[in-house]
Design a protein around this ligand. Structure first.
Ligand code: FES
Length: 148
């Protein structure tokens, strides 16, 4: 039995092309992860090009061509399954892996160095009113502070 957080399904990743979520490391720092199709399973990578820290999925899904993830800034491509790059500005680098496990068609986060934060990118968590637990109104609310 898998004890990691259930993320999505293999079918969803294959149908949508990629699947973005956010994790929290042991220092409390947030990072984005993309799941991408790989043969009959999926692979997880930190959503960041090693060349200039460009997000690979900028919120519209990662661009994938012929089994390669395409960096939107300078166009280097990374093998979806191995994470390595042999072309362009990022040649010789490799994406940072995030360990996942597949069981009965479901994908679980099994990487012990991070914990699941939310589906979608970091922005999705920061703009959620439910996250404004300290009540400092740093997210939009329906209450107006304008006096007359
Ligand atoms: S930032 Fe990705 S190839 Fe340059």
């Amino acid at each position: 039995m898998t004890d990691g957080t259930r993320l999505t399904t293999v079918d969803t990743v294959h149908e949508e092309g990629s699947w973005l979520f956010t994790v929290r490391d042991s220092y409390g720092e947030l990072d984005e992860v993309i799941l991408v199709p790989c043969e009959d399973g999926v692979e997880g990578w930190i959503n960041r090009c090693p060349h200039e820290s460009q997000r690979l999925d900028v919120g519209r899904g990662a661009a994938i061509r012929d089994g390669e993830i395409v960096c939107p800034r300078h166009g280097s491509t990374f093998d979806s399954c191995a994470g390595d790059c042999d072309n362009g500005d990022a040649a010789g680098t490799r994406l940072v892996p995030v360990e996942t496990t597949v069981e009965d068609g479901a994908v679980y986060l099994s990487d012990r160095s991070v914990s699941f934060a939310n589906e979608g990118g970091i922005d999705a968590a920061e703009t959620s009113p439910a996250d404004d637990l300290d009540g400092d109104d740093d997210v939009p609310s329906s209450t107006s502070h304008i006096g007359f």
